[in-house]
Every structure is written in structure tokens, then in C-alpha cells.
Design a protein around this ligand. Structure first.
Ligand SMILES: C[S@@+](CC[C@H](N)C(=O)[O-])C[C@H]1O[C@@H](n2cnc3c(N)ncnc32)[C@H](O)[C@@H]1O
Length: 500
């Protein structure tokens, strides 16, 4: 049986990560102690042995003194013992690396820990483990923090001060909101020295990865981070990184600007959209709770106030709602004109007040898209479906907020700051909180003009008109961000969805 989160690391990738972790150490290589707390078949320990022997260490001494590992799976431990030329004895043993440890500290910890997405039931921590993890790691283990994040934090306690930790992680670690407390803890307790983003899929699992290496010990100030990208570890120029920035809330995707297909934009982050709107996301409770009350109004005959339209993310394009023009899927079913039976919803479920709160003028923002895609529900008669984000503007600012969200500047910004959160490398996915934290344009004529153009695009009846008006939105909002960047608008226009 294949266990959740268990994917073997290709040997050349393990070797690279081990070399990064061990190269900085001077002195006799056979003195170094290296641990893989999720050892699997031993690929990292084999790579460590190769590295140390390559530096002149005696292979026997390496196997007996330098290599340590643990795995919950006895078969994995046996496989590692067999794979190493000399049996490492109980240095490689069965155990839970998140629960037990060693009586001494290592020079380096290297690993590809299990990736266990807490949003999926098959990989979710049980209640007992979740409690123990919260007791041990505090905020970093709350919410939906992936289990790999906990291995990274645990590794900080396994190495001695000045020791190295190098680990493969899901790419989402760079951007996920639930990893923010862990990122902040790491920034406080260790110095990031090396970072790699795979960009492509390098494992036979549907997940993109990154790897990070740290020197353990509180950083004293900005330091140089070596960087690489892609399956062949193409090197990127080193950058100087301030630990305060790593500890901040805007993720670590900006470590790899070259890997993002978007122009870099420098925006004033002291003004945020939160001053103009509030954003809310719905979750599985609303999604599954709504499903029994959705019906298909094939003839478009139902009384609108009692049967509001259900607008899914697939029906949203920038300044266009495709409801009734395109079929859509919701909760596994196809609909031509999905509507919600409000009377029954109010009578038979607890979602009545939720629906009333959603039935207001708003911007609906799609997610997992190549550019940010806002559309305005002028009359407040749409029920937005998960995973769209509902954005309510301050009085009189609806079109302004929609235009601001549509800005090329914000799509480029979001790709750079939140890369890795979406299902595909090239898509944007923001949480509601990240939406309100986006930089706002300056008040004034340009933003007003953009708002008017966004309204015009929303009422356009032809593709040509829609595109012209959207281009206008792009230019005016870019100016309102103080940018003179025709390339940015061109880049964005190229990424706009086709007229459907
Ligand atoms: C992604 S696999 C990596 C295996 C191997 N190190 C490699 O890179 O090919 C993760 C390994 O972690 C092990 N594992 C899962 N939970 C663990 C835990 N709490 N303590 C120790 N090992 C664990 C799994 O059995 C699996 O062998």
C-alpha cells in the first residue's frame, strides 16, 4: 500500500540538498553527524555517505558514526539498513520523529518529510496528534499547517547551534497563510542560506516543491541567500535578505522573482485595499450546505428575488459574469442556470442569514486564475460560490474597488508575493485577508477613470468594447499606482481570458 505523503526523492535531488547542507562544514568529515528524521529508503543518508567519503572520510567510519535516521515505517527502516553498505545499527530506527528524539544534537538534518495536507481527510492529523503538535509548536501547528512544516520546525531542535537544516517542502510553504507562523519562527531562530524552487514537477506526485537550507541560530542581520531553480538547479544570483522581511506576513515567494512570469512591480504598501473594502471567503460548510438547495432554471423563468443566481468561480471573468451564457459545475453537477431556492434554504438550513449577508452589492473575485478576475454584482442578487471571494466596498466605492482589483499591477504583485499557493505555478490564489492587504492605488483622477472604464467594460456587449475598456482600466490603475509601465499592461492584456 502506498502511504499518504510518501514519495521517494530522486537521488540527484537528495545529493544536491545534502551537498548544500554539508559543504559549509570544515574539519574532519567523519566527525559530522547527519540525520534524516523521515528516512524512508535512505536516499539522503546514501547521499550524505557519498558526500563525506568524497571528502576523504573512511566509508566504514561514516556508516558507523555519521549517519542517523528514523521512520515510522519498519519496512522503510529495513530498506535503509539494507541500502547502506555497512549496517548503521540502531542509528537508523523505527520511531515517530515528531514525538521522540535523540539524546544529542546533530550537525545537520536533511529530509524530504511527509507532505500531509490538512485540508484533505486522508492525510489529516488525528485529534490526539493535532493536540500534541499544538502543545509543542504553538501557533505554527494551528490551522491547516502541512505536516512537513512541523518536521522543519522539529529539525531546529535536532541540530546544535550553527548546525544546518536542509529540507524539501511543498511549494505552498512559501505562500500558504497557515505556514506564516512557522515562517516567522524560522526567521527568528535560523538564518536562511539557500533556497530552491522546482518550478516543474520533479517528483512523480502532483505537487511542486521547494527546498530551503538554514543555519540554526538567531540571525544578526541581513544575509546572503544562495538560490537555484528548476529540476537542474540552475543557479540564480544570490540576494541579500533581511530576517525582518522573512518574519513578515507576505510569504517567501518573492525569493524567486525570476521564476514568476510577471514583471516585477514596486508598489506603495502603506496604502492597502482594506481601507476601501472588506473581503470574505466561504468554506466547505457553505459549499456542502448550499448544494441541496441549488436547482437548474433551464427556462430562466423563476422569480429572481426568491431564486438568486448562484455564481461559481468558473462563471467569473474580469468585468463579466457568464451566468446563463455558459454552463457550470457545482458540487459534482452541471447547471445551465443555477439558482438557489432561498425560501427552502431559509426554512430548512442554518445558511439563511449567511445568504442574506451575501445578497448585497459586491465584487466577486475568482481564484486560481492567470490574472485577478473581479466582477461586480451591482444589484446584490448573486449568491457567490466557494471558492470565490466576496468583496464589499465602502459606500460608493464598488466600481473603484473592482477596478483596483483588476489592475495589472496587482496581478503581477500577487504572482510575485503569493506564488506557489495556487494549483498551477502560473495562477493566482489569494485568501480574503491577502485581498485586503493588497496595495491600493492613490485616490484621484486615474482611479476614478479606471472605475468608470471598469463599469463600461462590465456593460460591454462586444469583445472589442470589453477589451478596449479593460485596457483602459489597466492603464489608468497602473498610473494610479504611480507606475509608468506599458510592458506591464501588455503582459496583462496577453493574459486576459478569451471572450467566452
Ligand atoms: C516523503 S517520504 C521520504 C522518504 C525518503 N527520505 C526519501 O526522500 O525518499 C517521508 C517518509 O517519512 C516517514 N514518516 C511519516 N511520518 C513520520 C514520522 N512521524 N516520523 C518519522 N517518519 C515518518 C514515512 O514513512 C516516509 O518514509
Amino acid at each position: 500500500m502506498r502511504h499518504p505523503g510518501v514519495v521517494a526523492t530522486p537521488p540527484e535531488i537528495a545529493q544536491k540538498i545534502v551537498d548544500v547542507a554539508l559543504s559549509p562544514f570544515d574539519g574532519p568529515p567523519e566527525r559530522l553527524r547527519v540525520c534524516d528524521p523521515a528516512v524512508g529508503g535512505g536516499v539522503f543518508l546514501i547521499a550524505a555517505a557519498r558526500h563525506l567519503v568524497g571528502r576523504g572520510a573512511d566509508p566504514e567510519l561514516v556508516a558507523r558514526h555519521c549517519l542517523f535516521g528514523m521512520d515510522v515505517d519498519p519496512a522503510a527502516v529495513q530498506a535503509t539498513r539494507t541500502a547502506l553498505a555497512t549496517d548503521p545499527g540502531d542509528h537508523v530506527r523505527v520511531g515517530d520523529a515528531l514525538g521522540e528524539g535523540w539524546s544529542f544534537r546533530f550537525d545537520a538534518v536533511v529530509a524530504n518529510p511527509p507532505f500531509l495536507n490538512q485540508l484533505e481527510s486522508a492525510s489529516r492529523r488525528d485529534a490526539g496528534l493535532a493536540r500534541r503538535m499544538r502543545e509543542r509548536f504553538g501557533d505554527a501547528a494551528r490551522g491547516y499547517a502541512d505536516t512537513s512544516t512541523l518536521f522543519l520546525l522539529a529539525a531546529l531542535d535536532l541540530v546544535q547551534p550553527g548546525g544546518r537544516v536542509a529540507m524539501i517542502l511543498p511549494e505552498s510553504f512559501l505562500a500558504a497563510r497557515d505556514a506564516a507562523p512557522a515562517r516567522a519562527e524560522l526567521a527568528r531562530r535560523a538564518q536562511l542560506t539557500w533556497a530552491w524552487r522546482s518550478v516543474e514537477h520533479v517528483f512523480d506526485a502532483g505537487v511542486r516543491v521547494c527546498a530551503l537550507a538554514f543555519t540554526v541560530g538567531a540571525p544578526s542581520g541581513p544575509a546572503t541567500v544562495e538560490r537555484a531553480a528548476g529540476a537542474r538547479f540552475a543557479s540564480l544570483p544570490p540576494i541579500s535578505v533581511d530576517p525582518a522581511r522573512l518574519a513578515g506576513g507576505d510569504g517567501w515567494s518573492w525569493l524567486f522573482p525570476e521564476t514568476v512570469d510577471a514583471p516585477e512591480v514596486d508598489l506603495d504598501v502603506t496604502r492597502t485595499l482594506g481601507a476601501h473594502c472588506r473581503a470574505t471567503a466561504d468554506f466547505r460548510d457553505q459549499f456542502y450546505g448550499l448544494a441541496p438547495f441549488v436547482l437548474d432554471d433551464g427556462d430562466d423563468a423563476l422569480d429572481v428575488p426568491l431564486y438568486p443566481r448562484l455564481v461559481t468561480a468558473g462563471l467569473v471573468d474580469p468585468a463579466r459574469c457568464l451566468w446563463g451564457r455558459r454552463p457550470t459545475r457545482f458540487a459534482g453537477r452541471r447547471y445551465v442556470r443555477p439558482r438557489v431556492d432561498l425560501t427552502r434554504l431559509r426554512a430548512e438550513s442554518s445558511l439563511g442569514s449567511w445568504a442574506s449577508a451575501r445578497l448585497v452589492p459586491k465584487v466577486v473575485l475568482a481564484t486560481q486564475t492567470r490574472v485577478l478576475e473581479p466582477v461586480v454584482d451591482e444589484h446584490g442578487d448573486w449568491i457567490p460560490s466557494v471558492p470565490t471571494i466576496t468583496v464589499e466596498a465602502r459606500a460608493g466605492r464598488l466600481w473603484h474597488v473592482a477596478a483596483a482589483l483588476a489592475s495589472p499591477a496587482l496581478s503581477a504583485w500577487a504572482l510575485h508575493h503569493h506564488a506557489g499557493a495556487a494549483l498551477t505555478a502560473d495562477a493566482i490564489k489569494l485568501s480574503a485577508r491577502q485581498v485586503t492587504a493588497l496595495p491600493a492605488p492613490a485616490e484621484g483622477r486615474d482611479w476614478d477613470e479606471a472605475a468608470q472604464a471598469f463599469a463600461a467594460a462590465s456593460h460591454a456587449s462586444s469583445e472589442g468594447d470589453w477589451r478596449t475598456q479593460l485596457e483602459h482600466v489597466g492603464q489608468a490603475t497602473t498610473r494610479a499606482h504611480g507606475l509608468d509601465a506599458p510592458d506591464l499592461v501588455d503582459w496583462w492584456v496577453d493574459r486576459l481570458p478569451r471572450w467566452r
